[in-house]
Design a protein around this ligand. Structure first.
Ligand code: GDP
Ligand code: MG
Length: 176
């Protein structure tokens, strides 16, 4: 039985441009910027939350552009409690990359529980309704086949962003 931990490391993966940094900025700072690529400037952002009456200190890890080369280094993956897999619903390729990101995560972090490790899939840019190419039905089917929770979100509008991260923290908590 693992000791109770009140700190969680959550890492955010997905192709470049899907909105990983924007989602973190929305969640942690309630900010969104259309015009420039916001950089976090640190290895991770912190946020204190409460899930089911438990106080948790989240460490949210973002990439700094190295995801283009899929070379994020061991420190990035080490000890992750949850992984958020992000795609852009206006970009089919980013959706097709999800399985690769999941496999890369499992390979690099080699958790004790690969079959049940908590992943949450976030389909970002739900505000761009007219540009959508990944339907919700198609995404949900893939998620179901892989036994993953999928939530459609918008970093721009803030829609369901809180829910997505909260769900990740809840799943990570159950893992202990
Ligand atoms: P990252 O490379 O995955 O970190 O992606 P960024 O967070 O840098 O976002 C890439 C681009 O997509 C930026 O121009 C963002 O402003 C834009 N973007 C991110 N999230 C959203 C969203 O929810 N809606 C819209 N319309 N644009 C978004
Ligand atoms: Mg980024």
């Amino acid at each position: 039985m693992a000791t109770k931990r009140y700190q969680q490391k959550i890492i955010v993966l997905g192709d470049s441009g899907v909105g990983k940094t924007s989602l973190l900025n929305r969640y942690v700072r309630q900010e969104f910027s259309q015009n420039y690529r916001a950089t976090i400037g640190a290895d991770f952002l912190s946020k204190e939350i409460t899930v089911d009456d438990r106080h948790i200190s989240l460490q949210l890890w973002d990439t700094a552009g190295q995801e283009r080369f899929q070379s994020l280094g061991m420190a990035f993956y080490r000890g992750a409690d949850c992984c958020l897999l992000v795609y852009d619903m206006t970009n089919l390729k980013s959706f097709q990359s999800l399985a690769n990101w999941r496999d890369e995560f499992l390979k690099q972090s080699s958790p004790n529980d690969p079959a049940t490790f908590p992943f949450i899939v976030l389909g970002n840019k739900s505000d761009l309704v007219n540009e959508r190419v990944v339907s919700e039905a198609m995404a949900q089917q893939w998620a179901k086949e892989n036994d993953l929770i999928l939530i459609e979100v918008s970093a721009k509008e803030g829609k369901s962003v809180e829910e997505g991260f909260q769900e990740g923290a809840r799943k990570a908590m159950k893992r202990e």
